[in-house]
Design a protein around this ligand. Structure first.
Ligand code: SOE
Length: 409
């Protein structure tokens, strides 16, 4: 951490954390707002300084840096790893570059925040976790960006489950429903190309519900069986994605799944039912999770993200029922730093909370969660679902076989 606060004279001299960010699209924008916002609403032990973002096109990277509030731009991510004024590399690029950037940054002594899913393959995730393990021995720390853990209602649910409020968990029901690809004419994107994204709905949004349900239950998925389907096999190339002018009816093959449906067994005995799709017409970004336990249930839907529903079996039958907890009270996780009760938070707040917890962990020299080992476990579940879909079998996830020191959960 450099000593100047990066914001000129007259400011309290306190530790700073120079940030370099690779990529500047949707996730780059969400991360940028989080780096700016976190120190304004939380008392951070280190002050993030947004040194540089990188992108291959120099003019577009420079425009993004100006728009998103970065001090400079680079056209090569290696510069983020090399610069002495950068202490942490934030990876917001497609999955095919996560491993090379993360390993290089960790080996150069830079902390790493890597967007989900951790990697495109288990092998890449294993190499990243091993690099994070080695780096941790030198006080260099890594986190994978499963931000929905930090939605206050989810954080409250985790607290209630850990306190035994719903007893032993028997059912885990999780759906991640989007519809932005339901139109067959929606153009080709890197998210539909296996070599860039690793998988389709399974890795992009299925990874979230795998991580969330393991986090909420404190259990790991040990065996899965499932299916994958690609409804639309080819899509029109957007104008900028082909060397021929738009209108030449250029199409490209979709090489990933459009939807994933799978069953899973959790290490503590719970049974899981999962669905991740971009064809749930009318559902824009609905993450629905319900846990049924021996003493009650919890239910959440991201489309109503400030609410957690609780069913308490101890409630007398006369007044029993799911009750809506409005998760905006100062007693709830994170919410006391924002608005008065009832005013609600949004999608971007999970990213801000992620920065708060990452910077705090770095200042304390503690492993931030979720760790790369958590990301590797998710990758193993995804790969097991893919094997199962191909072979029509139940597949083990090799849960719990991650070697080394990377804390999980
Ligand atoms: C997919 O459209 C997506 O952008 C995911 O990649 C993000 O992780 C999720 O937060 C929103 O939807």
């Amino acid at each position: 951490m450099t000593q100047d606060d990066g914001r000129g004279p007259g400011r309290t001299q306190r530790g700073t954390l120079g940030i370099g960010m690779a990529g500047y699209a949707f996730m780059g924008a969400a991360h940028s707002q989080a780096w700016h916002t976190a120190p304004r609403f939380f008392d951070l032990p280190l002050q993030p300084v947004l040194r540089a973002l990188s992108g291959r096109d120099s003019s577009r990277a420079a425009e993004a840096a100006a728009r998103l509030g970065w001090q400079s731009s680079e056209t090569d991510w290696h510069r983020l790893v090399e610069r002495d004024d950068i202490d942490l590399v934030d990876i917001c690029t497609p999955g095919d570059t996560h491993a090379e950037i993360a390993v290089a940054a960790l080996e150069a002594g830079k902390h790493v925040l890597c967007e989900k899913p951790l990697a495109n393959t288990v092998e890449e995730a294993e190499a990243m976790t091993a690099a994070a393990d080695r780096a941790a021995d030198r006080g260099v720390l890594a986190m994978v960006g499963f931000t929905y853990r930090r939605v206050p209602a989810i954080a409250l649910a985790r607290r209630l489950v850990a306190d035994g409020r719903i007893g032993d968990i028997r059912h885990v029901r999780a759906q991640y429903l989007q519809d932005w690809l339901a139109d067959a004419q929606a153009p080709m994107t890197w998210r539909l190309q296996k070599d860039r994204a690793g998988s389709g709905a399974l890795g992009d949004i299925g990874a979230h519900i795998v991580d969330l349900t393991q986090h909420l239950t404190g259990e790991q998925l040990t065996r899965v069986t499932g299916l994958l389907e690609t409804f639309v096999k080819a899509r029109p190339m957007a104008g900028h994605e082909t060397d021929r002018p738009a209108g030449h009816n250029a199409t490209a093959a979709v090489t990933v799944d459009d939807t994933a449906a799978f069953l899973g067994r959790f290490s503590g005995g719970a049974v899981g039912v999962f669905e991740a799709t971009r064809f749930a017409t009318g559902r824009k970004n609905s993450i629905r999770i319900e846990l049924n336990g021996s003493r009650g249930s919890l239910a959440f839907d991201f489309e109503d993200m400030n609410v957690l529903e609780l069913y308490d079996s101890d409630e007398p039958s006369e007044t029993a029922g799911f009750r809506r907890i409005i998760v905006t009270d100062p007693s709830h996780p994170y919410t006391g730093h924002w608005w008065p009760p009832g005013h609600g938070l949004g999608y971007e707040h999970g990213f801000t909370h992620q920065v708060v917890d990452l910077v705090t962990a770095i200042a304390r020299g503690e492993q931030p969660l979720p760790s790369f080992a958590d990301g590797l476990q998710v990758q193993r579940v995804l790969a097991a679902v893919e094997r199962s879909a191909e072979l029509g079998t139940w597949e083990a996830t090799d849960a719990g076989t991650t070697s080394g020191r990377q804390r999980t959960h």
